[in-house]
Design a protein around this ligand. Sequence first.
Ligand SMILES: [Zn+2]
Ligand SMILES: [Zn+2]
Length: 286
Amino acid sequence: MKSYLLKFGLAKAEKERYEKEERPEAQQEVLWRAAAGLPLYTRTGSGAIRYCDRCQVIKPDRCHHCSACDMCVLKMDHHCPWVNNCVGFSNYKYFILFLAYSLVYCLFIAATVLQYFIKFWTNNLPETHAKFHVLFLFFVAAMFCISILSLFSYHLWLVGRNRSTIEAFRAPVFRTGSDKNGFSLGFRKNVGQVFGDQKKYWPLPLFTSQGDGLTFPTRLVTPDLEQGGPQPPEPSQSVAGVPASPLSEVQDHLLNSPPHGNHTADPNALTSVGPDSVTISLESQS
Ligand SMILES: [Zn+2]
Ligand SMILES: [Zn+2]
């Protein structure tokens, strides 16, 4: 069992209650209670908690179920038939580097074959089997160059905007509505999210992506985002002008809170809000 399932999975009693309930509203009630301590910012299109019936976990933000892999994949980008695997949080940087290395390789082949191709074109190549090889190499290299270049530039564009392919096609839904730029933190930070802070590691196949794949900083955090829903615990509106700690720290705090067996939000849980760095303390009602 993956460790995140412990935090995002339902406790045994809840799971039973969820399965027993037939009304979707009652099922949502179970989910809202279970999600109370979790740092979730996104919802389904109808505003419900995102839950995977197949894996029986509350889906972390940006996580999607892949039907080909039959599992939930963190920050799922797409299922790649070429590598027969999902591309997501844990291998997105490697995927982009794979495209970059392949592009360089194809360019190298096309460039070195070019002089022979020109000879072939001008009928200066001797009539041997080499003729076919030259043609084949050049066209395959050129074709892959074009397709990889378009895929590579598309993914670089996505990195710059902090979107996954899935999110580019369907914008994630926040409390404030769907927003395709919901996870965008500005170009530099967006690149850092995938490639890390240190430029020297960018071209190397080392894991330097930031975060844990479960939570992602967003500029759209609203005070009661985590607690909205059918039975939202009342947030005590004690807004203090205290400089908020970075969101990731806050989320770590939330993640490190005890497993949600008792389903009460940590009374001291802090939610950092927007660019104004306002801190809200949330109170549990149960
Ligand atoms: Zn799943
Ligand atoms: Zn997959």
